[in-house]
Design a binder for this molecule. Structure first.
Ligand code: SF4
Length: 369
């Protein structure tokens, strides 16, 4: 059996932090290497979380630098690449930052060793996250009852592999219902997702066992293992479970998630709302919402001013306005008002965890999980 590496990227967000604690407690037999891709422009709260995690896990979280900092004068990976891009700020449509600061360092870190990458996408999310283009890397999602990536499910459930699936199924005890579903072909009225969910509804562990057997006949890293404990996993962890893991472990949630109160005048009345930051990553990340920029302005003013400095080259973080326009008192009041009304629509107040969920929808799996 060739050696297989197990890795977990810590973004500084709640889900990857909780996953590291969960795997460490539930599967100590897995020798997981932890890493973090440092953009050089993270919040201090992220570095504090990483320190707390290192003490909890009793392991070093390996810091991946996108560039050899000893050879650049300004000692900052983001700034180094920004000058290579002629001052052109990244955006959701031109996300050079993720490639240069996260993905490229990740791919050179793992090299060609068969690698299992554990990803903290939760059971209440409908996305697959970043899948490396390298054949040697396989993503596993321990928080979902479907721990496998889309490509693996496609492979094992494809009609052309139906006989292989059924022959593996013969090795295990099963119900006639599982057997019947397994022999049903995918068609326009019964698509792959429906078949997958129907099988998982009956027996998650059995499905996992069959997948594991089938992967042994492929080059997927999991198939190179003699034993893979996640096969017996049928957990499905959602948002509240993640907060609970972090709180119970003593690591706590990253500080920037904690709600702070702001006041805003609406129709002559002073109202109190709460704001926080919904994501890890660079303090100037263009994915943040307007209210998060206001949070940055009011709670980390030095960082807001640094983010403004970057706009001096003529580019801006947002299409709609510059940070100096956003920082005008009337504009801040309007953003708070709009946020307050949105969070209290129909006399129903969204709590701070709901607000984080609302805001985290858009973004980059490498930076925010
Ligand atoms: S956090 Fe945002 S700005 Fe930083 S690398 Fe990720 S996408 Fe780019």
């Amino acid at each position: 059996m060739s050696e297989v590496k197990h890795i977990l990227g810590i973004s500084g967000g709640k889900d990857s932090a909780a996953l590291s604690i969960y795997l460490n407690e539930k599967h100590p037999e897995l020798d997981v290497e932890y890493y973090t891709s440092d953009t050089g422009r993270e919040l201090d709260e992220t570095y504090a979380l990483i320190d707390r995690l290192e003490s909890k896990l009793g392991k070093k979280i390996f810091k991946l630098d996108a560039v050899d900092l000893t050879n650049i004068a300004d000692q900052n990976a983001f700034d180094h690449f920004l000058s290579m891009y002629g001052g052109y700020l990244p955006s959701s449509t031109s996300r050079w930052c993720t490639k240069k600061l996260k993905l490229d360092p990740f791919e050179s870190y793992i090299g060609d060793t068969p690698t299992i990458s554990y990803v903290g996408i939760r059971g209440d999310e409908d996305r697959d996250g970043y899948i490396s283009k390298k054949q040697s890397v396989q993503s596993i999602f321990p928080f979902r009852r479907n721990i496998w990536s889309e490509d693996v499910n496609k492979l094992v459930l494809s009609n052309k592999n139906k006989d292989s699936f059924l022959s593996k199924l013969d090795k295990f005890e099963t119900t006639s219902q599982f057997q019947l579903l397994s022999s049903q072909e995918i068609n326009p009225n019964f698509n792959l997702k429906q078949k997958l969910n129907a099988l998982l509804d009956i027996d998650v562990v059995l499905y996992n066992k069959i997948v594991f057997e089938m992967l042994k006949e492929t080059d997927y890293p999991v198939g190179k293992l003699e034993y893979f404990p996640l096969v017996n996993n049928s957990d499905n962890l959602v948002r509240d479970d993640i907060f609970e893991i972090l709180e119970k472990s003593g690591v706590g949630i990253p500080e920037y998630y904690k709600p702070l109160t702001y006041e805003v005048e609406i129709e002559g009345e002073i109202k109190k709302g709460t704001y926080s930051r919904s994501r890890s990553g660079c303090f100037f990340c263009f994915y943040q919402q307007k209210i998060e920029w206001v949070w940055l302005y009011e709670t980390h003013n030095d960082l807001f001013l640094k983010a403004m400095e970057y706009e001096k080259a003529g580019y801006s973080w947002m299409d709609s306005e510059t940070l100096s326009e956003l920082a005008l008192p009337q504009r801040i009041a309007n953003i708070k008002k709009e946020h307050y009304l949105r969070m209290n629509r129909n006399n129903h107040a969204r709590n701070w965890q709901d607000q984080i969920m609302d805001a985290e929808g858009e973004g980059c799996a490498s930076c925010f999980i």
